[in-house]
Design a protein around this ligand. Structure first.
Ligand SMILES: Nc1ncnc2c1ncn2[C@@H]1O[C@H](COP(=O)(O)OP(=O)(O)OP(=O)(O)O)[C@@H](O)[C@H]1O
Ligand SMILES: N[C@@H](CCO)C(=O)O
Length: 320
């Protein structure tokens, strides 16, 4: 349940008095998500998402996310807008947290992607990267390739071995391999870097919303595509790869965005990197989140399985 900070009806009413969006009808905590506290807030005029930023989002990064979403909205990409109050303020203080009122986008997130939906997501990602060519602000990726060794260093060695014997040496080998093979000269653009199925809202097979931009940063755009491939083309546990879904995603991307031959060539390496990134962040969270915490811990091994798949012969064939 991702409601870490409670918001009373009185506090929500006081917040809404700053805006010109009607008065409070209902306020419900949203169970999905693990990073922030999210509420579905309905007024006499419309529905909104009220997000309170918890410890994992640096408030200093919020203006970047605001400018990024404004740019994408201007370019007609399906992203939610931050709502401004009567004074033009979009950032508020609610219950001791930085908070924003955000446009509600209708749609459902899917748990079993089809080829049609994977193609639509690929197209939406390609369109987004195109639109962001004119967004020139640079924000380094705090979870980029250069950070993975030190992130692994923060995962307790004993707990890692207890989690799965041999995992430490497998990760060490992969870190070395990625250091030696990581591409550096590919096009970079502001990227989502976490476009998992739970961050895409569909109306039928049409993408109605791309949400949760709080990992957005400047990255190799083909890495963003590789993350999306790793997130969409496997069963949740990583045990099986749906090659047709993966192909539909890549074809959708190439039809709307730009995929240079050297970017396609680098995808096997980037997909291994993407798998290691989520293996490491999930491992770190697994070790450091108490088993009885309110948050559901995500399985790191689901991304070890993806890593092994991408490292094998079958994995290479995915991107030809
Ligand atoms: N703009 C929006 N329109 C409609 N629903 C939304 C919107 N933003 C968020 N939601 C709903 O709230 C849920 C949680 O949002 P989000 O994924 O941003 O949470 P989070 O805690 O920041 O993220 P995560 O744990 O996925 O990193 C989503 O799964 C979705 O159901
Ligand atoms: N998408 C991430 C969670 C943080 O956004 C994961 O599945 O590990």
């Amino acid at each position: 349940m991702a409601v870490y900070t409670q918001v009373s009806a009185e506090k929500a009413q006081a917040l809404l008095r700053l805006y010109d969006v009607g008065s409070l009808v209902s306020l419900k905590g949203i169970a999905e998500g693990v990073e922030n506290s999210n509420f579905l807030l309905e007024t006499t005029q419309a529905r909104f998402i009220l997000t309170l930023y918890e410890n994992r989002v640096d408030p200093d990064d919020l203006p970047y996310f605001h400018r990024l979403l404004a740019h994408l909205h201007e370019a007609r990409c399906p992203v939610p807008r931050f709502i401004e109050d009567r004074k033009g303020q979009w950032l508020q203080d609610v219950a001791g947290r930085k908070a924003c009122l955000i446009e509600f986008l209708p749609g459902i997130s899917v748990s079993e992607p089809t080829e049609a939906r994977a193609a639509a997501v690929g197209m939406a990602l390609g369109q987004m990267h195109n639109a962001l060519k004119s967004f020139t602000e640079i924000k380094p990726n705090p979870l980029g390739q250069a950070s993975w060794r030190s992130l692994f260093g923060k995962c307790d060695a004993v707990a890692t071995e207890q989690f799965q014997p041999g995992l430490s040496s497998r990760i060490e080998r992969e870190l070395d391999w990625l250091d030696a093979n990581w591409p550096t000269d590919l096009p970079a653009v502001a990227s989502h870097t976490d476009l998992f199925p739970d961050n895409v809202l569909f109306n039928g097979d049409r993408v109605g919303g791309l949400i949760d931009f709080y990992f957005a940063c400047t990255e190799l755009r083909a890495y963003d595509l590789a993350v999306t491939h790793a997130a969409w083309s496997f069963s949740n546990d990583g045990g099986s790869c749906n090659t047709e879904v993966g192909k539909a995603l890549l074809d959708g991307y190439a039809s709307c965005g730009e995929l240079l031959a050297e970017e396609r060539h680098a995808l096997p390496v980037l997909a291994r990197g993407a798998s290691l990134r989520f293996l490491l962040t999930r491992l770190y969270d697994w070790i450091n989140t108490p088993a009885d915490a309110m948050v559901t811990r995500k399985d790191p091994l689901a991304f070890l399985k993806r890593l092994e798949y991408y490292s094998g012969v079958e994995g290479l064939g995915l991107f030809l």
